[in-house]
Design a binder for this molecule. Structure first.
Ligand code: PLP
Ligand code: COI
Length: 341
């Protein structure tokens, strides 16, 4: 039976709301158990868990969308499953079968149906799958036991204002080492970004942009989103680097820009001292969706792209097409949408 959830969907930010059910599966002696939905949102784990001491954990983020005709759908969950497993391989954690991952996401959405924001509210249901190393342990080595969990929370925009431009500042810190864990979605990358983020916010920027750790000359990404720019001759360009998180939104936009908007696209070097080649720029990610970048401050100078207050026309088209696919008003490429029935 449907219950009434008292949430003002359009006022939601990117914050935690406790929902009714989460999915948990445990790994021990070489295999995952069947997994089940549970009501308790607390995990009880050993004080020796490797996730707590050595950061042996990784996570994902994806969303469920209510379509214009009232269906609920997931966007490319197979890509999140693949990326989670890539992170697992990097941290010597057991992989999750792709079908188990998608089935867990579907179970979580279905069991929390009342928390899926209605179409047109600007909100979505964010799913947070994660795996942690648990069990009694002391030495620096992979855990003998693991927990895979998927919880969800209705969310609004990650950056204030949604499609309103925000400004970023180039960080003097590195997010990841050249051959470190930057391409894996592991908690340690985010722990290291808390201080740079705070310093950026204290200076009234929405977040910071990291440069490549080896030469500090090229844009890598934002703390929680990838970067893209539109050149004056209408090319969609996004950084290529071994130390950025391979954003599913970014790869989706590379496809959308080329196949739906007819733009030339490129993954390549984006030099910080050549950003004036871009007439528009944006940050993209599951949480960030597409956030237009008003300007970037570098060495004390703010470079403004299209405008600090208005979204550029190509960024707007990318946003409308991507969101159209996610909310079911634009035909999706084969295999991108999984309906939650
Ligand atoms: N970069 C970082 C560091 C992120 O945390 C995220 C969020 O997942 C992204 C980029 C965007 O990736 P995706 O589009 O797969 O959500
Ligand atoms: C996402 O976009 O899913 C993220 O994980 C970004 C951030 C909330 C960590």
């Amino acid at each position: 039976m449907s219950k009434t959830v008292n949430i003002d969907w359009s006022k939601l930010g990117f914050t935690y709301t406790k929902t009714d059910f989460r999915y948990i599966s445990k790994w021990k002696d070489g295999s995952w158990d069947e997994g089940a939905l549970v009501e308790d949102n607390n995990l009880c784990i050993s004080e020796g868990s490797t996730a707590l001491h050595y950061g042996q954990q990784c996570f994902e983020g994806l969303k469920a969308y209510t379509t214009v005709d009232g269906k609920i759908q997931l966007f490319r969950p197979d890509q999140n499953a693949k990326r989670l497993n890539k992170s697992c391989r990097r941290l010597l954690m057991p992989e999750i079968p792709e079908e188990k991952f998608i089935d867990a996401c579907i179970q979580v959405v279905k069991s929390n149906r009342d928390y899926v924001p209605p179409y047109g509210t600007g909100a979505t249901l964010y799913l947070r799958p994660f795996i942690i190393g648990v069990g009694d342990n002391l030495g620096v080595k992979p855990a003998n036991e693991y927990i895979f969990c998927v919880f969800c929370s209705p969310v609004g925009p990650y950056f204030k204002g949604g499609l309103a431009p925000v400004n970023f500042i180039v960080s003097e810190y590195d997010r990841a080492a050249p051959f470190g864990t930057g391409a894996a979605k592991v908690g340690g990358n985010y722990a290291g970004s808390l201080l740079p983020h705070k310093e950026a916010v204290d200076k009234k920027f929405a977040d910071c942009i990291y440069l490549d750790p080896a030469t500090h000359t090229k844009i890598e990404e934002v703390g929680a989103a990838n970067f893209f720019g539109i050149t004056k001759d209408n090319k969609f360009i996004t950084p290529k680097s071994l130390s950025i998180l391979p954003s599913i939104t970014k790869y989706s936009l590379l496809h959308v820009a080329k196949e739906y908007l007819g733009l030339e696209v490129e993954e390549g070097d984006v030099y910080i001292d050549k950003i004036d080649e871009f007439k528009e720029a944006g940050a993209c990610g599951t949480a960030a969706v597409i956030t237009p970048i008003g300007g970037i401050e570098y060495k004390g100078k703010l470079h403004v792209f299209h405008s600090e207050t208005e979204v550029g026309p190509i960024t707007k088209k990318l946003y409308d097409t991507l969101c159209g696919i996610q909310f079911g008003t634009v035909k999706a490429p084969e295999g991108w949408i999984v309906e939650v029935k």
